[in-house]
Design a protein around this ligand. Structure first.
Ligand code: ACO
Length: 325
């Protein structure tokens, strides 16, 4: 028995901020952003648009593709670092909005690797009881946690949500291998320190900007390249695949230079690597499920296609999921 994806969906906010728009309020340039990151524009949640709202719409689209009603869902997992509220979880808000009244629901916090952590957890549930139907969602409103005066971070991130429905199959398809890793010793290189219980809301904490993403980009870059390369090789070994056998490589969309490095390492042609960082920037936990949905709806995935997903993010966390679509 293995876990297969039977539906995908995504929801991207309409409001677009182009690199050229950023030039107007921080000291940056379209050229710098494009060449250093591959990003051209990003979508930002508008008035009244919430993380749970985006997640719910992505989930509806995934359910529609799967041909399932919300009552048939057993579990809702939402990977996010930008929940609507501290409590309840985004997953509970989605469960209610969908009317998934037979489902359990929880959020998980593993930053950009969150969706792969979610797939790995769902896979364990399904191996235990293959008839289950599980929604795994990655959803972020990072625009509310970005300091729009800090050029080293504000150019990088965007908002959006992606969702998949998993269930069990006895066919020769589904999740083949998963690998999860973390290294909490390096947390200071990438974090949002404030508004938790260590640094609660006070004028001093807000003054320090602890409510915003802080990142030492150069250091994170080095660790990301090393960790992603290693987990990619580990995934190939786990799945028993050679690099060139991959039909679609779906990396977390954080930096085009990192993606290109991995593509070269795997010896893959450009068509075999899914890229949408130019349109959305880094949407953290949402980036891989949005990419999967776009690839799926573009007809790039057929039953049995060999798909390798890899991600790296704050924590640090990193991981991989290899699956035969
Ligand atoms: N516009 C113009 N110049 C800029 C900008 C900007 N937006 N941002 C930084 N610079 C300047 C810097 O000040 C620096 O100037 P200096 O040389 O005079 O000091 C110069 O550009 C180079 O800065 P670096 O930080 O060394 O640039 P780098 O080439 O490393 O690119 C980037 C920065 C894009 C952030 C890159 O380091 C990166 O992608 N890091 C990894 C991101 C990542 O993978 N994050 C993990 C997932 S995110 C998550 O978990 C939420």
């Amino acid at each position: 028995m293995a876990s297969i994806i039977i539906g995908t969906g995504s929801k991207i906010p309409e409001k677009v901020i182009h690199n050229k728009d950023l030039e107007r309020f921080v000291n940056t340039s379209d050229e710098w952003i494009r060449t250093r990151t591959g990003i051209v524009e990003r979508h930002i949640a508008g008035e009244g648009e919430t993380n749970s709202g985006l997640a719910t719409e992505a989930a509806r689209r995934a359910l529609e593709m799967a041909g399932l009603s919300p009552e048939e869902i057993d579990l809702v997992i939402v990977a996010t670092l930008t929940p609507d509220m501290q409590m309840p979880s985004v997953a509970c808000l989605v469960q209610n909005a969908l009317g998934a009244k037979n489902a359990g629901a929880f959020d998980l916090s593993a930053t950009c690797s969150g969706f792969l952590y979610g797939l790995t957890i769902a896979d364990q549930f399904i191996r235990h009881k293959p008839s289950q139907k599980i929604l795994v969602i990655g959803s972020e409103v990072l625009s509310k946690r970005v300091n729009w005066q800090d050029r080293s971070t504000c150019v990088l991130f965007g908002d959006g949500a992606g969702a998949v429905v998993l269930t069990g199959t006895s066919e020769d398809r589904g999740i083949v291998s998963t690998h999860l890793h973390a290294d909490g010793s390096l947390w200071e290189l990438l974090n949002i320190k404030g508004l938790g219980t260590k640094y609660p809301v006070t004028p001093e904490i807000l003054e320090k900007g602890y409510q915003f993403i802080e990142m030492n980009g150069r250091e994170v870059f080095k660790h990301a390249v090393r960790a992603l390369e290693s987990v990619t090789m580990e995934a190939l070994e786990g799945a028993g695949w050679r690099g060139e056998e991959i039909d679609l490589f779906v990396p977390h969309q954080a930096n085009m230079r990192i993606i290109e490095h991995l593509r070269n390492r795997l010896g893959l042609s450009r068509e075999k690597v899914f890229i949408n960082i130019d349109k959305y920037g880094n949407t953290s936990a949402a980036s891989i499920p949005i990419a999967l949905d776009e690839a799926n709806r573009a007809g790039l995935l057929e039953p049995g296609s060999k798909v390798l997903m890899v991600a790296f993010g704050g924590g640090f966390t990193w991981g991989s999921v290899a699956m035969k679509w």
